[in-house]
Design a protein around this ligand. Structure first.
Ligand SMILES: Cc1ncc(COP(=O)(O)O)c(C=O)c1O
Length: 394
């Protein structure tokens, strides 16, 4: 059997039609398959590789840290310099109240940690999430998923979770002194790129403050430069009580985090002690990689041109079959009439060396979330292939 057959036989599958392309190398904007074909990456491993694939500084940091030490002890017992340095770097680039970092292995675990933290901090049980939101696939984070199709098969889920409409002022009225936390993506990604109205998210912040409810903003997909600022919330004039990070946080290695004030985070230390436990969360190699990635993001000023690059995509993606292009920085959804139309364009793009896909709650939208280092020439090429794909598959 070849690797593709072994993959289908022995690796657990989550769909009956995986892409099943065998990639053997990745660097910068490109991946290369076993036949030597190059692919321009328009989705960055779903918003993970913001600094590009295998950034040399990230590779070096991984090699050096792996040669010094890897796993030593479960999270939080030993002082591990990669964790300490990365937590400090993150705190230095966040508002004052977000100065205490709990590192996890994934975004879903960051969501889980934040929900537990909110329950402990407030002594309340109600959690408010939003329709068409995605916060992870573990059973707690799945309870927040804003779409019945995706959660129904796994009931019973967490009780006392409400799903309200994003960007709706009526939803804000439902937040009360019973509500432990409101969890929202700063920019709804899997819904097909929907930013919040500034007045709405500011009113949400105000109501959370009035009711003593923690505002948890999920920037697992939109953090670290994706929307044109280091943190998406900067663009809306709000600061969360808890920030969720993941994906690009590890610059290609698995790493998530929930970040709050030291005061709020302190409740995980008592009654019960060890209020949140992880063996591998904040693995030293992953923290070293993530920190090298974030330093490269800042030093190489990768965020500076993100808004202009997004605008270039929008200006080039003009076609009668494109119903809309929603964009905030380098997070774009290109909307077609149906999934059937979109899927044909996606298949054409992949066959012609451009990797893209669709969104969970917006299957009629083509996803563009490339590494932030994408060049003008690469944007032009990607748009040409997409437009050719629309014509070729009409
Ligand atoms: C907004 C958002 N939150 C949470 C998650 C869950 O992260 P992970 O897949 O690392 O558990 C994702 C993953 O796609 C996401 O996009």
């Amino acid at each position: 059997m070849n690797n593709r057959q072994l993959f289908l036989q022995h690796v657990a599958q989550t769909s009956d039609a995986p892409l099943a392309i065998e990639m053997v190398k990745a660097s910068g904007m490109y991946m290369e398959d076993a036949q030597g074909k190059q692919y321009l990456d328009l989705i960055a491993g779903i918003s993970v590789c913001n600094v590009g694939h295998c950034h040399p500084a990230v590779v070096k940091a991984i090699q050096e840290q792996a040669a010094s030490y890897m796993h030593l002890l479960v999270y939080g017992e030993f002082v591990q310099s990669p964790q300490v340095a990365y937590a400090k770097l993150l705190s230095d680039h966040l508002p004052e109240n977000l100065d205490c970092v709990y590192f996890t292995n994934s975004g879903s675990e960051a969501t889980e940690g934040a929900m537990k933290l909110a329950k402990r901090h407030t002594g309340r049980t109600e959690i408010i999430a939003f329709k068409n939101s995605y916060h992870g696939s573990t059973q707690g984070s799945l309870s927040l998923i804003g779409d019945e199709y995706w959660r129904n098969a796994y009931r019973p889920l967490l009780p006392d979770v409400q799903h309200l409409s994003y960007n709706s002022f009526e939803s804000i009225a439902q937040i009360t002194t019973r509500t432990a936390c409101v969890i929202a993506e700063t920019v709804q990604a899997e819904a097909g790129v929907h930013p919040p109205a500034k007045e709405w998210i500011q009113a949400l912040r105000k109501k959370c403050t009035e009711t003593g409810t923690l505002l948890v903003l999920d920037e697992i997909q939109c953090g670290l430069g994706r929307n044109g600022t280091l943190w998406a919330f900067e663009q809306f004039g709000v600061v969360p009580d808890v920030l969720l990070l993941g994906k690009a946080l590890g610059a290609g290695m698995p790493l998530g985090a929930f970040i709050a004030s030291k005061d709020i985070m302190w409740c995980l230390t008592n009654n019960p002690v060890l209020g949140h436990i992880t063996t591998f969360g904040g693995h030293p190699v992953n923290c070293a990689a993530g920190m090298a990635g974030m330093k490269a993001l800042l030093a190489e000023q990768m965020i500076k041109d993100v808004a202009a690059k997004g605008a270039l995509f929008v200006s080039l993606l003009k076609h009668p079959s494109i119903k809309a292009v929603r964009c905030l920085g380098l997070m774009l959804a290109v909307e077609f009439d149906s999934f059937a139309v979109n899927k044909k364009v996606i298949d054409y793009c992949i066959a012609n060396g451009v990797i893209t896909d669709w969104f969970l709650f917006a299957p009629e939208c083509l996803r563009i979330v490339p590494p932030l280092i994408i060049s003008e020439a690469e944007i032009k090429h990607a748009c040409e292939v997409i437009l050719q794909g629309i014509d070729a598959t009409a």
